[in-house]
Design a binder for this molecule. Structure first.
Ligand code: 13P
Length: 249
């Protein structure tokens, strides 16, 4: 099944109005509507509206980095998926390892958020990945298997779900698994996904994330079960982010 690659930038807790990053990005991409890949930027909540305006009717999609399980209510400091949809978001990143670590998010909560996001009409980018200790202990596949089974709602489809495989030890470190290691985990994830959502798994984009840069993007994205990237640090420089996108096979 043909899968259109997705290049998504996760700005994390970075970006101020003054940075002008969104304007730089759209400036670079003007007049290039027929990309063979899809692009998305996921700024912090505070910049969603601003970035949404900057990307305007360009072919770049808007995404958020988290949402609540409820549509509204007494949840101080939280943001609902319905609110994100209203702001023009297409995507929401869920279960990022930084949320799992910083906020103790468990698979069951990630799954509940994904269900709420799908109900609100958002597409989800569900993140999974092993820690270095888990890899060293030979648990890479079982950890990712558990996270897939626990975090992905049964009714998800290729149109609503994207998976991001992000080895925790590769995030922001400049280290990555070898290409055969990445392909092995991605193929395994697709197989495990089929146990949860059936034949739809063949069409789900599985992104690689963790120290993806212009220098390694081409070889990683050429792997059979890699369908794009979730990019942190390098998405904060418009030229690097665009260079990564252009490395799509
Ligand atoms: P880096 O690209 O900075 O390693 O971050 C990856 C990531 O966590 C994207 O969600």
């Amino acid at each position: 099944m043909a899968r259109r690659p997705l290049i998504a930038g996760n700005w994390k807790m970075n970006g101020l109005l003054a940075d002008g990053l969104a304007a730089n990005l759209t400036g670079l991409m003007k007049g290039k509507p027929d990309w063979p890949f899809e692009m998305a930027v996921c700024p912090p909540f505070t910049l969603l509206q601003h970035v949404g305006k900057a990307i305007g009717d360009s072919a770049i999609a808007l995404g958020a980095q988290n949402c609540h399980t409820k549509e509204s209510g007494a949840h101080t400091g939280d943001i609902s998926p319905v609110m994100l949809k209203e702001l023009g978001c297409t995507y929401v990143i869920l279960g990022h390892s930084e949320r799992r670590t910083d906020h103790g998010e468990k698979d069951s909560l990630v799954k509940a958020k994904a269900m709420a996001a799908h109900k609100a009409g958002l597409k989800t980018i569900v993140c999974i990945g092993e820690t270095e200790a888990e890899r060293d202990a030979g648990k890479t596949l079982t950890v990712n298997q558990t996270q897939i089974k626990g975090s992905v709602p049964e009714g998800s489809s290729a149109a609503t779900l994207v998976i991001a495989y992000e080895p925790v030890w590769a995030i922001g470190t400049g280290r990555t698994p070898t290409n055969p290691e990445i392909q092995e985990v991605h193929a395994f994830i697709r197989k495990e996904l089929a146990a949860v959502i059936g034949s739809e798994a063949a069409g789900v984009r599985i992104l690689y994330g963790g120290s993806m840069k212009p220098g390694n993007a081409r070889e990683i994205m050429a792997l059979a079960d890699v369908d794009g990237g979730l990019i942190g640090g390098a998405s904060l420089k418009a030229e690097d982010f665009w260079a990564i996108a252009q490395s799509c096979p």
